[in-house]
Write a protein that binds this ligand. Structure first.
Ligand code: G4P
Length: 317
């Protein structure tokens, strides 16, 4: 799906993260959307903070399927130098879980002399401001800028010897995997002008049919699930998206479905599993390798053609 998702202000964010790494960084917290953990992860963040332990926070767990959240937690917790916890805005004291997990990741730091320095990042709309507001409101003190660090970086003292840094701006991932683009769009992470709602809704229907068919049938009173576009049309009929003459306005049906999904009116749903994500990455890497091999073959053929032409022209002479 072509998504026009432009990396606005990304350079300053990238620089702010580089500055933080240079000034000292012990743990990186990456906020993920628990409904699409893999797709909401940002490979650029990993590249900028290589070698630093990582805490994956599966946020908005209240919207996600608890059993699949468990699979994702196991998946991340089995990776080296990585921990994962699930959170949501209903948790009134998230600091305790965050501090505990970060201390486990960097056990040699965390006192007044060697404070634990933690960076928090996440793609837009993942709930970073909400979480930081809860942290600041309840128990943390925000302090001013540190010398040498990008002016607008915020330092939040969660407890003695524990500093949380929030960089300005956002990192916007390059959407290399098509399915991830659909999931990000369905979740509301991408501005609505950047994608075709009908296309995303059809993709969402395909996922729901595969993973949560009953939720789809119950929500819209559908006795059976036919082809994806027939399902979308039926949703339009149920939601009164008909124009005079009886035709269903498919974009209205798509909007209704996306809204229902975002508000968890279909129940708690997770769009992807760790297994699927691994397969998508493998397929993307294979496609990339095929593209590189084709380009290499084309270059070699062109070179051969040129040397053939040279040989022919020297023969003529
Ligand atoms: P950001 O800084 O990462 O961009 O995200 P932000 O905190 O602004 O949150 C984006 C939206 O997600 C907000 O809803 C917020 O209320 C909601 N949200 C954040 N955390 C959670 C959570 O754990 N569970 C659920 N269900 N929602 C969460 P909004 O509709 O954009 O705004 P509003 O309704 O709060 O005004």
């Amino acid at each position: 799906m072509p998504i026009n998702w432009f990396p606005g202000h990304m350079n300053s964010t990238r620089q702010a993260i580089k500055d933080r790494v240079k000034a000292g960084l012990d743990v990186v917290i990456e906020l993920l959307d628990a409904r699409l953990p893999g797709s909401s992860s940002n490979p650029l963040l990993a590249a900028l903070t290589t070698g630093r332990p990582s805490l994956k926070v599966l946020n908005k767990q209240d919207l996600a399927d608890p059993a699949t959240t468990e699979l994702w937690l196991q998946h991340y917790n089995s990776q080296p130098h990585t921990r994962a916890i699930a959170l949501d805005a209903g948790d009134k004291s998230p600091a305790r879980a965050l501090i505990k997990a970060c201390r486990e990741l960097a056990p040699l730091r965390g006192d007044m002399h060697k404070p634990l320095r933690v960076l928090i990042c996440g793609i837009p709309n993942v709930g970073k401001s909400t979480l930081i507001n809860t942290l600041v409101g309840k128990r943390a003190a925000k302090t001013g800028d540190e010398p040498g660090i990008t002016k607008t970086e915020q330092k939040i003292v969660l407890e003695n010897g524990f500093y949380l840094f929030d960089t300005p701006g956002m990192l916007w991932p390059r959407i290399a995997i098509e399915q991830s683009g659909y999931h990000l769009a369905a979740s509301g992470a991408i501005g609505r002008n950047a994608f075709d709602e009908e296309e995303v809704a059809l993709e969402l229907i395909a996922v729901l049919k595969r993973r949560y068919p009953q939720a789809l049938q119950q929500r819209y009173g559908l006795a059976e699930l036919g082809a994806d576009d027939a399902v979308l049309e039926a949703i339009g009929v149920k939601r009164g998206a008909k124009i005079r003459g009886g035709a269903v306005q498919m974009h209205k049906a798509a909007e209704a479905l996306l809204m229902d999904f975002r508000q968890a009116l279909l129940g708690r749903i997770t769009l992807e599993t760790p297994e699927e994500l691994t397969a998508w990455h493998r397929e993307a890497a294979e496609a990339e390798a095929r593209k590189a091999a084709a380009a290499e073959a084309a270059r070699a053929a062109e070179k051969e053609k040129r040397s053939g032409r040279r040989a022919a022209s020297s023969g003529d002479a």
